[in-house]
Design a binder for this molecule. Sequence first.
Ligand code: ADP
Length: 625
Amino acid sequence: MKKQFKSESKRLLDLMIHSIYTNKDIFLRELISNCSDAIDKLYYKSLTDPKIKVDREKLEIRIERDEDKRTLTIIDNGIGMSHEELEHNLGTIAKSGSLAFKEGLEKQKDIDIIGQFGVGFYSAFMVSKKIEVISKTVEQDEAYSWISTGADGYRIEKCDYDQVGTKIILHLKDDIDDESYSEYLDEYTLKTLIKKYSDYIRYPIKMEVTKHELVDEKEKKYEDKKEIETINTMIPLWKKKKKDVSEEDYDHFYMDQFNDYEKPLKVISSSVEGATTYHSLLFIPSHAPYDYYTKEYEKGLSLYASGVLIMDKCSDLLPDYFSFVKGVVDSEDLSLNISREILQKSNSLKVIAKSIESKIIKELTSMLKDDREKYDEFFKAFGTQLKYGVYNNYGMDKDKLKDLILFYSSHEAKNITLQEYIQNMKENQEVIYYASGESIDKIDKLPQVEQIKEKEYDILYLSEYVDEFAIGALQEYEKKKFVNICRDSVDLLSDEEKDQDKKANEENQDLLTKMKEVLSDVSEVKFTNRLKSHPVCLSVKGDVSIEMQKVFEAMPNNIPIKAETVLEINENHPICDKLKDLYQNDQDTFEKYAKILYSEARMIAGLSVEDPTEISNLICDVIAK
Ligand code: ADP
């Protein structure tokens, strides 16, 4: 019975079949990479399941070409696929590679990205008019074939095949004017492609090649001989010396293995010998994966024990704050035959994880120092995660991360480090000022900002909701405390100004108490000297800021933690005299003013007004008077 592809797969398939892409070559890399994964899976299974016997020496990938039939065949002796797996794996885009491709397409609207990263099995339709997949698993005696000509669906049938593994027969498209598919039957082309894209595959990729051999020295007679040859060097990229690997090789490997359509921002390759010995090849992506900030995202590095893949995503190798790092670790100190649980507790693994962590910190630190532009790009993608790291686990890791985080500086109008803030502090400055809000623009317009700026102090603008929690965990940097300029206690006034402030509040105690009565949810109303041109502001007492209150409110279980708010009124603003006058002569209008001013202060602080209709009516009443 013929089956239809799932709709998403169909779209991708259409793109492949009618492909207008230039880089069709990559289909071979995709298929070989699948073969290698399948062999990894079988070998790993044999290590953990005594019933499965595998001779490691015999694991291989074979490429066969038939110029007469116009077929190119790729064979592996890996894990194979059952009927259900053929259906599930090849009938749907279930997997990372193809999904990432779709994402990339939608995001970039740039069809050329296809050549750049793993697009999976379907890419074979770029060069084939028909594909047959024949497969058999170790557990089952029957073999099945999956046959498709592309758009019109696929058919799965029982067939004869007695080898465990998968055989993929590509019936190449016919050549047309400017597109030659016959080149994929050419020995030299195939050899070049395998060397270019799949050299690091750790299993032999074998193909029959023609050897031009001298058979008679005297006569200088040559004869062509056919011979099976291993085309790839099989040295994994992470074991090669840095000088022998090009940037392009690393990029290809990253995009292929980790299904990204963009090159990595940074490649970190290292070989460590000593207490533990390991090779690692780590990548910092240039952008956060689409699911990075969701629960679905799984951190981890691929873990190899002496060249054998034992865990796809070993999460113990990365702390949460570096969960964006991708890569491979290969160590001879890890035993192949132990369970994952024991492995995860092994001391070697812990030592490797520690060493990897310091390596990443070191690399990021030098990127920050030597290539600020790149670091800014990195921080844009993953800075939030580092800030989480500062406050997670009760701030346990804050010292490792505090010099890697950036905040927006009002002085510099860009992101700076805390070190840079300290270096540029004014002589008499004792504390680090910060303000938080929804966006840099909005913070910059806060009434409280004006006075501090006038005194030429730099202010860190915190616009991400994790920011204040990170600052809270740090508490101080190089013995300088962090001070929220929206706290009512920020002390920047001269003694004279303080006296004036005190006097204004004492003299108008009744008026202020009355205002507080009218506005039931503020904890204090006071006159202030610190607002230059603005009439009112909302400040807070205590440790919970307005931005933190917003975060708590947004949490699913709505934690009822509220900021203690203070309505401050500029005692030098004409509105102040107006209030005094109304308090004496017109209580009704006084109350309306109080409510309007309070709503103004809330709006400036980015809080909603509880009853906007009431306030709007009050404003009209006052205007119409
Ligand atoms: P990806 O490799 O990114 O998962 P593909 O479209 O290339 O996506 O392959 C889909 C799935 O089909 C694979 O995840 C794998 O389970 C299965 N598969 C593909 N090729 C083989 C193979 N040669 N042997 C066994 N399984 C395979």
